[in-house]
Design a protein around this ligand. Structure first.
Ligand code: IVH
Length: 664
């Protein structure tokens, strides 16, 4: 019903376990075992369609070794042990397979894969998908051309569909694939049309040339080009011809890196022997062809047990519930902790200690508990009670409050709370803030615990003896740290404003304030109106600045910092011609001439904005060595890409990006 209880990866794991078990103990194999069923049975309400050419499934490879085994078997069967086989690597789109039948160039029937032999007639629904041509391009079309492809949903459409459902108070979909599958199996095609589905074609089924002179090309890659000539949508952007195993592995790595920025889900790569004669020679087993394999990416969702819920106290006192998990391999790493965001989320998802939960980690984002697996066993002892927000801070014991209109609960202990002290000091020392090298998390924790520091101003009073007396802390490290703390006193106003940890004032807001006011005194005495007038500072951030400096404790901190000798270099206050005003840049890779932070500072000083991700609004991407997915994305969007020399020219004003042909 397109509403699965388990993530695919967990299903696959259990399926494999069952297969292995049945192989080792054939006497345990029963007729109703899931291993005896190829796919989904047709849903009531749709006419059945028998596929003239069966729609097969694919075998999976979960690591490079399994892919190497596949390549070896292909070479052995083709008796080309020493030579390299040519494959086509295609993204394994995460949607659902359909077959489209064109008779004399006209789209006459579309069906789901079903169990591979019989699917559901979903022609009316498929007709609503704009990417499907209702008539093939060209004048003389084959009598019958059946093509196979994957119907899927982009992330953008998925978000739209889910917000619409949530606005109507309906249950959102757990992922784009289920939303796509559900969309295609609507009894009312108007409902399908609302889903914004799309399709990519990757193969063929029945083919009868009739009186046309059409004939099937002799390789997979040429077949894709041939299909594209008929006006069918092919995902060439994620299709690569690979000669030999190593090229296949390289393509896997490149695509894995591009995965988060593709705009739609892919769950692996399909490798297909390119030569169709070789494909015929290899043939098929019952479920899957011998000439193709799916190399799966690490699953982004896995199931594990929620062992406990702890509350972490952040820099501003916010309490974040954190899930302690039975370690689970997800998204390519072993995860033991995951965020539960806030109490509202826990309530909404009805998460309780002891539950089986789906843990999600996509790209580089923080792992989260996505949802609870509905209990399938008769659990007589029942579930644990609902978790409750502690009424007192787990670190300092101060009362916890949830301010009106906010979802996050906060510890009211302020600077008396050791967790807040620790987090504020860590933030203060951060590379992008005061940049105190050697002040790692561990030392901060020890210093706070021992009572040597309770605010970041106390850092400047530390001496070598105090540090060297810390457990497992060498005198040399102590000397280096004291030197680093002293050196950090010479900073920039923007860095200091960021380092103070004022709510809503991140790095770029700190920079805007520094650029606008030019001195700490001016920022401190600015009222709300003066602050709102600063670019990028909204009313909430403005109020937060006013409140921060109105607090007597904070003013004392500032005095202590200045007394300790914190000062701003002239360099920053000097204002440059805003030659890059209105432009937005993204930095990636390793630059040869300066660090990314330095490049950023230089660009910002000239009025440019520097952001973290490439979009249509990006003026140029500045790419150093080993640039990855951002470079690919910029190229795909046709955004100018500059190297070190280009950056230097941009900064000294000899390169004008607005001028025609300036990046050639
Ligand atoms: S080829 C005989 N190519 O993966 C070959 N399948 O696990 C059959 N899929 O049912 C499939 N992208 O839904 C092929 N580029 C691609 C694919 C692809 C996604 C899906 C398809 C298929 C499933 C098999």
């Amino acid at each position: 019903m397109d509403d699965p209880v388990l993530p695919d990866a967990e299903y696959d794991r259990l399926f494999r376990e069952l297969q292995d078990l049945e192989q080792a103990h054939p006497e345990l194999l029963t007729d109703d075992s899931p291993t005896q069923r190829i796919g989904g049975a047709p849903l009531d309400g749709f006419e059945a369609v028998t596929h003239a050419v069966p729609m097969l499934s694919l075998s999976n490879a979960f690591d490079d070794q399994e892919l190497a085994d596949f390549d070896r078997q292909v070479r052995e069967r083709l008796e080309c042990d020493d030579g390299a086989v040519t494959y086509v690597a295609e993204a394994k789109l995460d949607g659902l397979a359909v077959s489209l039948r064109y008779e004399k160039g006209v789209f006459v029937q579309g069906a789901t894969r079903g169990d591979g032999t019989t699917g559901e007639n979903v022609t009316a629904n498929l007709r609503t998908i704009a990417a499907i041509p209702l008539r093939l391009r060209g004048s003389r079309s084959p009598d019958v051309l059946e093509v196979r492809g994957e119907v899927y949903m982009t992330h953008a459409s998925f978000e739209q569909v889910n917000s619409r459902l949530e606005a109507r108070g309906e249950k959102p979909f757990v992922n784009p694939r289920n939303a796509a599958a559900g969309g295609l199996r609507q009894l009312d095609p108007a409902k399908t049309a609302e889903r914004g589905l799309t399709i990519a074609i990757y193969g063929t089924g029945e083919f009868q040339p009739g009186s046309s002179d059409a004939h099937m090309p002799s390789s997979q890659y040429d077949t894709l080009k041939w299909l594209a000539d008929y006006g069918l949508p092919i995902a060439f952007d994620t299709t690569v011809r690979c000669v030999g195993l190593q090229a296949c592995i390289d393509t896997y790595n490149t695509l894995a890196e591009r995965r988060p920025s593709l705009g739609h889900d892919i769950d692996g790569i399909v490798y297909k022997v390119d030569d169709t004669r070789q494909q015929r020679e290899l043939g098929s087993r019952s479920r899957a062809p011998r000439w193709a394999i799916a190399r799966k990416f690490p699953a982004e969702e896995m199931v594990t047990t929620l062992l406990d819920i702890d509350f972490q106290v952040g820099r501003t006192g916010a309490l974040t519930p954190v899930a302690r998990l039975d370690p689970v391999f997800v998204g390519g790493v072993t995860v033991t902790n995951a965020t539960l965001h806030n109490m509202d989320e826990i309530e909404r998802k009805d998460i309780r200690v002891g539950d089986q939960v789906v843990v999600r980690r996509a790209g580089d984002v923080i792992p989260e508990v996505a949802r609870v697996v509905p209990s399938t066993s008769a659990n007589t002892s029942g579930r644990a009670e609902k978790p409750v927000l502690p009424s007192r801070c787990p670190v300092c014991g101060s009362p916890v409050v949830t301010p009106e209109g906010e979802v996050k609960a906060r510890c009211t202990g302020g600077m008396s709370c050791a967790a807040q002290q620790r987090e504020r000091i860590r933030h203060f020392a951060h590379r992008r803030a005061m940049d105190i090298e050697g002040l790692g998390d561990k030392v901060v924790e020890q210093l706070v615990e021992a009572g040597h520091v309770s605010s970041f101003a106390d850092l400047f009073t530390l001496d070598v003896e105090t540090l060297a007396a810390l457990p497992r802390y060498a005198e040399k490290s102590a000397r280096n740290l004291v030197a680093a703390i002293q050196a950090s006193r010479s900073t920039t106003l923007a860095r200091l404003l960021f380092a103070l940890g004022i709510r809503e004032i991140g790095e770029s807001a700190g920079q805007s304030l520094a650029n606008h006011f030019g001195s700490l005194d001016a920022v401190m005495s600015a009222d709300r109106d003066a602050l709102v007038a600063v670019e990028d500072i909204g009313p909430i951030a403005a109020q937060s600045v006013v409140d921060w400096f109105a607090d007597a404790n904070n003013r004392q901190l500032i005095e202590a910092l200045l007394a300790a000798g914190v000062h701003f270099s002239e360099r920053e206050i000097e204002t440059l011609e805003p030659s890059l005003a209105g432009m937005t840049f993204v930095l990636t890779g390793t630059l040869a001439d300066m660090t990314r932070d330095e490049a950023k500072e230089q660009l910002q000083k000239r009025g440019a904005k520097v952001t973290g991700s490439v979009s249509k609004k990006t003026s140029a991407l500045i790419a150093g060595e080993a640039a990855g997915s951002k470079l690919t994305k910029a190229e795909a969007l046709g955004i100018p890409v500059l190297d070190d020399d280009g950056l230097a020219a941009l900064l000294d004003g000899t390169l004008d990006l607005a001028a025609p042909d300036s990046t050639k």
